[in-house]
Design a binder for this molecule. Structure first.
Ligand SMILES: Nc1nc2c(ncn2[C@@H]2O[C@H](COP(=O)(O)OP(=O)(O)OP(=O)(O)O)[C@@H](O)[C@H]2O)c(=O)[nH]1
Ligand SMILES: [Mg+2]
Length: 235
């Protein structure tokens, strides 16, 4: 039996997530169709080196807190559905703004590849990017792409293969906050650990709870309750 690895595509709006999704899966996913919670996530499969992958095209968001339905959809998928790997697609022509979301995702989940897309556009504007330095600083692979021209896709697939086979270990950089926040995280995190499994970042959950993220708290309560009921039903 072949395992199917789930790969989520996240990123700011208009960074080429759907273009990359289409290039990888051969499907024709369109943009801008994420208004409201009822919209289902686009999924497509792809086989590479005898491994089966399912790609999930998440809504484009500027952050991944709980400011909108789109942000909740993307956040819930990464935190609760726990994909094997998340590709964060960033725009090479506005890297600084895009890295904001990338850093948030690096706090939430371990297996991440930063895909710097629209490299053709960046090159036209004379922008150069040192992806090796970025990878060292961020602790995860960074790949330059031009999804529209399929440039960089073989290297991306090779990197995905090496991560899911355990040949590359991601060690995402964790932002260190000031002393008081770190002390509060340290006191809250053990309680969070008791209720969520190890694949959810307890540090990130503690941080969001300290920030008063009501929507996340509600989601946690719903999901934990459902889990308890399932456990009760089975016993
Ligand atoms: N020049 C260039 N344009 C690209 C590239 N990749 C995507 N685009 C264009 O960028 C625009 C946005 O691409 P999408 O794939 O729709 O972006 P998205 O991230 O899915 O957007 P949302 O779903 O709205 O978040 C489209 O016009 C694409 O053709 C690329 O590598 N180079
Ligand atoms: Mg899209």
């Amino acid at each position: 039996m072949t395992d199917t690895f789930r790969i989520a595509l996240a990123g700011n709006p208009n960074t080429g997530k759907s273009t990359l999704f289409n290039a990888l899966t051969g499907l024709k996913q369109h943009t801008g169709n994420w208004a409201g919670k009822t919209v289902s996530l686009a999924e497509g499969t792809f086989k590479h080196r005898s491994k089966q992958y399912r790609f999930i095209d998440l809504p484009g968001t500027y952050s991944i807190f709980s400011n909108s339905a789109d942000e909740e959809v993307a956040r819930n998928y990464i935190v609760f559905e726990k994909p094997d790997l998340t590709l964060v697609v960033v725009d090479a022509t506005s890297l600084e703004r895009n890295l904001n979301l990338a850093l948030q995702i690096l706090e939430m989940t371990k297996n991440v590849v930063i895909c710097i897309n629209l490299m053709d556009e960046a090159e036209k504007r004379g922008i150069t990017i040192n992806e090796r330095l970025l990878a060292r600083r961020l602790g995860v692979p960074v790949i330059k792409l031009s999804a529209r021209n399929r440039a960089g896709i073989p290297l991306l697939l090779d990197t995905i293969d090496r991560i899911v086979s355990g040949k590359i270990a991601c060690e995402p950089v964790q932002i260190k906050y000031d002393g008081e926040i770190e002390a509060r995280i340290a006191s809250l995190e053990p309680f969070v650990k008791q209720v969520v499994d190890d694949r959810i970042s307890s540090r990130w959950i503690a941080l969001r709870l300290l920030d008063g993220d009501e929507s996340l708290l509600k989601e946690l309560n719903t999901r934990l309750k459902t889990k308890e009921e399932t456990v009760c039903n089975q016993s």
